[in-house]
Every structure is written in C-alpha cells, then in structure tokens.
Design a protein around this ligand. Structure first.
Ligand code: G3P
Ligand code: CA
Length: 245
C-alpha cells in the first residue's frame, strides 16, 4: 500500500473562498489540508505579496500590474469582493501574514510567479523571508522559472526546491541532474503524470506533486501511482477521495 499524498490547498481553499487570501488559507486548514500552495510577487517597495495574476483586475478592486504597486497600495484594495460580498474585507496579503496564520507543521509551497526578468531579487527575498519560518513550517519553493530557484538556493541552501512543469517532460531526471542545485520535487500539471513518470522520479529520489486536482477519478488515478502531494481547490473533498480519514 502506497502512502497517502499530502493535500495542499491550491491558493488556499479557493473553491470556497477568494484565492490567495488569508480567508482561503485559514479555510484550507479548517478543511484539514496538510498545507497550502500560494503565489508570490514583489511590490515596488520590495515586499512579497501573495497574488496569482500579474495584473490586479481579476481578483481585486484595483487595476494595472502588481509589480507597479507598493504594498500599501495593494493593501487598500479588496481581494475578496469579486468572489462574494461576504469576503469583501479580504486583502492581498503579504507572505509573512500567511505564514503567521498557518499552524505549526503545515506544509507551504511558495510558488515564485516570475523570476528576476520581472522581479529583481525575488529569489533572495523569498529565501530570506522563509528562513525565519523554517522551524515552524515545512517549506518548499517552486517556480516555472527554474533559474530563480538557483538564486533561492544560493541564499538559503537548506530550502527544498520544486520544478514546475505544465508541458511534456523530456527526460526530467537527466535535466534535474544537470541543474546547479538539488531538486526536491517535480510539480506537474496532473495530466502529465503517468505511472512511468512517477516511477522514474521516485527511483531518482524526487517527489511528485500534482496540480490542480479536484475530480475524484483523477485523485484515484494519481493516488495509485503513490504521488506525494495533490494541490487542490477543494481540500476537504480531496482528502476524503484520497483515502485519508
Ligand atoms: O503551483 C502549482 C500551480 O499553482 C501552478 O499553476 O497557474 O495555478 O499558479 P498556477
Ligand atoms: Ca500557483
């Protein structure tokens, strides 16, 4: 019998609360997630803010690029009114706010949305911030930008690093071995994961994380491969589907 995957609330419990808000992260833990996934970007005044899109329109009451705002400007916006009036007081949180509200031992997958091409120094800023929480939380930094992970590693070599992929993998194990930093996990769009990919990754000592999985059939398929974590918008349901108590 393979182990049960960690259940991570994708942008929090984002089916039931506005994504990447404190309400969504708290709700994920109430739904018995093992932890959360979140997205970080950098403000003009060097603060790490938690928001997915590069622009504010979809999930806040503001307009324009996130990277052209100060944290104070972001904090003045509603990040919940778009979802439901009940959440209109929710703000764009700082990374530190989210880390502070999570319980001891929770897993946090911090996704760096874009590396230095957009945000100079973001890898270092994330590493320095996470350093302060390493005794409380189980931390993983991931990115589609595999170069920014090198910057994270240079600043804090002990942090676990995950490679994000949304398209077909060409010999990921060889690729991982070519990188100048150790890789903890492959974070794969769930449709890319096969039994063979899971087997190869595990044989190479890599964990396999799947995003974003809300459907019972897919939870069952992936769980049978012994994958290590499932990111889901519906932690409560997926916890039940994947055989947790
Ligand atoms: O970290 C996994 C997943 O969140 C990556 O895609 O677009 O939801 O940030 P996206
Ligand atoms: Ca993400």
């Amino acid at each position: 019998m393979k182990g049960k995957p960690l259940i991570l609330g994708h942008r929090g419990a984002s089916h039931d609360a506005p994504e990447n808000t404190c309400a969504a992260f708290s709700m994920a833990m109430e739904q018995q997630a093992d932890g959360v996934e979140l997205d970080v970007q950098l403000t003009t005044d060097g603060r790490l803010c938690v928001i997915h899109d590069h622009t504010l329109e979809r999930t806040t009451s503001g307009f324009g690029p996130v990277g052209e705002k100060t944290m104070a400007e972001l904090s003045a916006l509603s990040a919940g009114a778009w979802f439901s009036p009940e959440f209109s007081e929710q703000k764009v949180p700082e990374l530190a706010d989210v880390l502070a509200l999570l319980p001891e031992g929770a897993t946090v997958n911090v996704e760096i949305k874009n590396g230095p091409a957009w945000y100079e120094g973001i890898g270092t800023a994330v590493a320095e911030q996470l350093c302060m929480w390493k005794n409380k939380l189980s931390l993983i930094v991931s990115s589609f930008d595999h170069q920014v992970l090198e910057e994270v590693h240079r600043r804090e070599p002990a942090l676990y690093l995950g490679l994000l992929y949304e398209a077909r993998l060409y010999d990921p194990v060889a690729y991982v071995r070519s990188l100048p930093y150790p890789v903890y996990s492959l974070h794969l769009w769930h449709g890319l994961i096969t039994a063979e990919i899971a087997r190869q990754a595990h044989a190479a000592g890599l964990r396999v994380f799947a995003y974003t999985v809300d459907e019972p059939e897919e939870v069952a398929r992936l769980t049978a491969f012994g994958i290590d974590a499932i990111m889901t918008n519906k932690p409560r349901e997926v916890r039940q589907m994947s055989g947790h108590r």
